[in-house]
Write a protein that binds this ligand. Structure first.
Ligand code: UDP
Length: 317
């Protein structure tokens, strides 16, 4: 197959690229490296089946590209820590960039389009766990709105393309995901806590830590995305992908402290505006339509991630 992966140098994108290369498919990556990292694809850079295009979707012509069997659109900064700094990049890639990509998809008569949406479309959810039918509770002008509304706009645009051009597009609502190749400086809770714990720094909890997240190991996420791209008859489907093992943030910090044998102190700092209090995916639809559910439990996934972060700090020093 011919696969296009935008944001292919990012955390989840680079795992998806490696999955398809391992299966001997031909992969084109488009990334502008705003949050993606060339090092994420270093081990596959010489693979003849991989073409990397350094470009921004908002002004790329696509004229050099062929027809694809599957287009995965993962091009967007995603960490709340960069929402203020990169708000316009987020708005543009999820609007102008997405429309350019969809126009190319229609023009090239490519087959399946998979969009990486987010649990953030549910905002500070009043319903938990969150099913795909929940319309969400998003603060439209708050500090997270560039991402939340960017992705909601993107879902609306894709739905309009399905109606107008009858394209086979599918939407993944991706919940918190972690694992090797996470950006160390990304500001996410799991990467922050692991870095802090292995460097004997204080673990910084925002708020009282009773807010919950449900974290999915990256290999499970990739399996879910691949099934979403490759399963027949899913046109127009919106599917939550995530692990429904819901934990309080403070408990994840304690678990990471234990797994790293760290003496670091846990400290509490002010929480950002609109930080969702409860996040947990209802994955009944993914189970039914994709036959998918996560396999790696939190403890196991954290151990693998800690190992990776330790290997990175060894490489640096
Ligand atoms: N968080 C924290 N300490 C950190 C980073 C994040 O307590 O060093 C909290 C954050 O306030 C949120 C949760 O952990 O409640 C998950 O944050 P993250 O940035 O990983 O992603 P989000 O799920 O908010 O998109």
């Amino acid at each position: 197959m011919k696969i296009l992966i935008t944001g292919g140098a990012g955390f989840i994108g680079s795992h998806l690229v490696k999955h398809y290369l391992k299966k001997n498919h031909s992969v084109v990556v488009i990334d502008n490296y705003v949050t993606g990292n060339k090092n994420n694809l270093k081990e596959v850079a010489v693979n003849k089946n991989l073409q990397i295009v350094e470009a921004d979707l908002i002004n790329f012509s696509f004229s050099s590209l062929p027809q694809f069997d599957i287009v995965y659109d993962l091009a967007s900064p995603a960490s709340p820590a960069v929402f203020e700094k990169l708000s316009f990049e987020i708005f543009k890639v999820n609007s102008i960039g997405l429309i350019n990509l969809l126009d190319f998809f229609v023009r090239s008569k490519s087959s399946v389009f998979v969009f990486a949406s987010t649990s953030e479309v549910y905002g500070d959810a009043k319903v938990t766990p969150q099913p795909e039918t929940y319309f969400g509770n998003v603060h439209t002008t708050g500090p997270r709105s560039c991402y939340d509304e960017g992705k909601r706009f993107a879902e609306a645009v894709i739905s309009a393309y399905i109606r107008k051009y009858n394209i086979d597009a599918r939407i993944a609502r991706i919940f918190n995901t972690y694992g090797p190749f996470m950006n160390k400086e990304d500001g996410r809770f799991i990467s922050n806590f692991i870095n802090q714990a292995i460097n004997n720094q204080q673990l910084t909890i925002y708020g009282d830590g009773t807010q919950t997240r449900s974290s999915c190991y990256v290999s499970d996420m990739v399996t879910g995305l691949v099934l979403l791209g490759e399963t027949k008859n899913l046109k127009g489907e919106i599917i939550n992908l995530g692990n429904s093992d819901e934990r309080k943030v403070v408990n994840v910090a304690q678990l990471i402290k234990k797994l790293t044998n760290s003496n670091s102190k846990i400290v509490f700092q002010p929480i950002g505006e609109d930080d969702p209090k409860k996040r947990c995916p209802d994955i009944a639809k993914a189970k039914k339509l994709l036959g998918w559910q996560p396999k790696i439990n939190l403890e196991e996934g954290l151990k693998l991630t800690i190992q990776y972060f330790r290997s990175q700090s060894t490489n640096v020093s």
